[in-house]
Write a new protein. Structure first.
Length: 79
């Protein structure tokens, strides 16, 4: 299973802060993102940052492993 976490306004648009997705051999971050974007299109309109196992990832072709933790976040600022 891939453990998926959402933060900030992405949570509001998905209605959850976490979910699990069945792992498939050869799965990449792009594959996971595409699958979730089809389910939650309004949430992925604002996703700007991805992390895999607590490391920021820009390369969406990164392969995922079973039991990976993937985080999707939107830009945010504080003050």
């Amino acid at each position: 299973m891939i453990n998926v976490l959402f933060f900030g306004p992405v949570v509001e648009r998905t209605g959850t802060n976490s979910l699990q997705v069945a792992y498939q051999s050869g799965m990449t971050l792009q594959h996971l993102r595409d699958e979730l974007a089809a389910q939650y299109p309004h949430a992925f309109e604002i996703v700007c940052f991805s992390a895999v196992n607590e490391h920021h990832v820009r390369d969406l072709s990164m392969p995922l492993l079973d039991d990976s933790e993937v985080t999707f976040m939107a830009k945010f600022s504080g003050g």
